[in-house]
Ligand binder design. Structure first.
Ligand code: 13P
Ligand code: SF4
Length: 311
């Protein structure tokens, strides 16, 4: 009898166990191809909130799987590699963040979804890069706000909304790796290319961008723009989905400062997940992501607020 391929095995297990595979745009192509839903952090949270599956396999990073668990305490949430963390979430330990909040009493605490469940539990509203501006603008103008953990997204939001946000000084190592000098040189080489950037990138990169937005926002922009060439300043995994959407357009990854192996910026955490690990985790139903119930209940409140406001 012919041996099933790993893809076929995953599809069979998925059916047998009533499982759903949610994948972020930064995942490797084979994982994106087998997923039931591929999206940005907001889209993935919305899918996680409405699924009827018994098992959620989260092909993304730890905080994303935790978010799915916070929304679905009765479901089993699996992450193919438990070490798939996030440098931005790590830059905001919950005890230090709690002290920071106490230094700013009477402030509304808005946190970017790239943070731990404990940090979410300390927050008033969660946001993603797709809805942060809308969420801030939904609050009265005079309301003082603490924003964390990403300082680059925070600075961008201060610029966009004209509000004074008190910023936690966290950052993402992948988006801070882009080189302004190399980007300027690339832009000279491709003068007709639009630059699209994720708001986790540093200000000098964002100042050069024609469009700034979440991963799904960037995909929509290149789809709807008449421009035939783009330089993409975010994790390189997104290029796979972009090439599918606009096969005729030229897509150039923005260059990182020091990178001898490839010209682009890759998230080492996102790339820890592989098809083989995904298969094994679905087969063995481990590793599982859990959140202590007391933390989960607290974190659910700001997460629900986000889902309500961005609905
Ligand atoms: P998006 O919400 O735009 O998909 O971003 C997630 C992320 O981790 C960016 O580094
Ligand atoms: Fe975290 Fe940055 Fe990786 Fe996104 S790209 S998951 S923010 S380390």
């Amino acid at each position: 009898m012919r041996e099933l391929t790993i893809t076929q095995k995953i599809l069979e297990l998925k059916k047998e166990k009533n499982a759903i595979i949610l994948a972020h745009y930064y995942q490797e192509p084979a994982i994106q191809d087998i997923a039931d839903f591929v999206g940005d952090s907001l889209g993935l949270s919305i899918e996680a909130a409405k699924t009827n599956a018994d098992i959620i396999v989260f092909a993304g990073v730890y905080f994303m799987a935790e978010t799915a668990k916070i929304l679905n305490p009765a479901k089993k949430v699996l992450l193919p590699d438990l070490n798939a963390g996030c440098s931005l979430a790590d830059s905001c330990p919950s005890d230090a963040f709690e002290n920071f909040i106490h230094l700013h009493p009477n402030h509304t605490v808005i946190t970017y979804v790239n943070c731990s469940a404990e940090v979410k539990a300390l927050s008033d509203i969660i946001c993603t890069s797709a809805n942060a501006k809308k969420l801030i603008e939904s609050l009265p103008k005079e309301e003082p706000i603490v924003f964390g953990p990403d300082k680059n997204l925070g600075k961008y939001l201060i610029n966009e909304t004209g509000r004074e946000l008190v910023l936690w000084q966290g950052a993402c190592m992948v988006h801070e790796a882009f080189s302004v000098d190399k980007l300027k040189a690339l832009s000279k080489q491709f003068p007709n290319a639009d630059i699209v950037a994720h708001p986790e990138s540093e200000t000098p990169i964002l100042e050069m961008a024609n469009y700034i937005g979440s991963t799904s926002g960037m995909i929509n922009y290149i789809k709807n723009s008449d421009c035939p060439e783009f330089i993409i300043a975010t994790e390189a995994g997104i290029l796979y989905q972009m090439k599918k959407e606009v096969p005729g357009k030229l897509l150039i990854p923005a260059p990182a400062v020091e990178n001898n192996t490839c010209a682009c910026s890759e998230c080492p955490y996102m790339k820890m997940n592989t098809l083989e690990k995904l298969y094994r985790c679905l087969r063995d139903e481990t590793p599982e992501v859990n959140v202590p119930e007391i933390t989960r209940k607290k974190a659910l409140i700001p997460l629900r607020r986000m889902l309500e406001i961005s609905a």
